[in-house]
Design a protein around this ligand. Structure first.
Ligand SMILES: *Cc1c(COP(=O)(O)O)cnc(C)c1O
Length: 229
């Protein structure tokens, strides 16, 4: 496999170009290395290369990797999370990107409380409205956000979305733009707890567009660490 350093250099070039086009500072764009398609050795290579943020989406495979490498990075749980798996994630992962229902928020709050470690959460939003997609629908977002910011062990840091799978990356742009405008709407509600700084959006196929539209966390798997499956 091509080294992660080579892939990372290429990704950073693309990010710098997207930032130049959109008048942004590349320092504001964080990269999460999504290691769900690769083994522990390749995950270690990502950390050795200097990547800090690691993203995983299945608790069963993520926990053994965390046991081996957890003290070395900042760990993000990015996939759908079942309530009965929250206990494995709380206290290990610092970030959860898929908070999309109150019952899950309550369980995260409870387990994070037991671990005495607040969970940094992104609210996942189903911007495109596809029936098979996870996420809060935009109309319900303000009310949902107001409810969960009251939970003491949940820190809402931003919004997350997944763009539709499409052959034409340009078609993802309106989805990213809408997520940013939803963030602006929450920030205008005059509640400091809703003043969330981050947007988790952009994957291997569409991250340049996500950067142009304001992403602060990119979730990059295939393009950065590759796939072994
Ligand atoms: C797998 C996954 C990614 C990364 O996918 P790539 O297209 O390989 O970059 C990002 N976000 C989520 C939620 C994922 O499940």
């Amino acid at each position: 496999m091509i080294t992660i350093q080579q892939q990372w250099d290429q990704v950073q070039r693309q990010i710098r170009e997207a930032c130049r086009r959109s008048d942004r500072d590349p320092q504001d764009v964080n990269i999460i290395a999504v290691t769900k398609y690769v083994d522990q050795e390749r995950t270690r290579e990502a950390l050795d290369t200097g990547l800090v943020h690691i993203g995983e989406s299945r608790a069963q495979e993520a926990v053994p990797k965390w046991e081996a490498l957890g003290d070395r990075g900042v760990w993000h749980f990015i996939g759908r999370l079942q309530r009965n798996k929250v206990r494995q994630v709380a206290g290990r992962f610092q970030y959860l990107h898929s908070l999309d229902r109150f019952s899950l928020a309550e369980e995260v709050n409870k387990r994070a409380g037991e671990a005495e470690t607040p969970m940094h959460c992104f609210i996942q939003v189903n911007v495109s409205g596809e029936a098979n997609k996870q996420g809060v629908v935009p109309q319900e977002l303000p009310e949902f956000a107001r409810e969960i910011v009251q939970l003491p062990f949940i820190r809402v840091v931003g919004l997350m979305t997944m763009a539709p799978l499409t052959e034409k990356p340009e078609e993802t742009r309106p989805v990213f733009r809408e997520l940013k405008s939803l963030q602006a709407r929450l920030r205008s509600l005059d509640d400091l707890r809703l003043d969330m700084p981050h947007l988790s959006m952009g994957m291997s196929r569409d991250y340049s567009i996500a950067v142009e539209e304001g992403a602060t966390f990119l979730r990059l798997g295939s393009v950065l660490v590759g796939r072994q499956d």
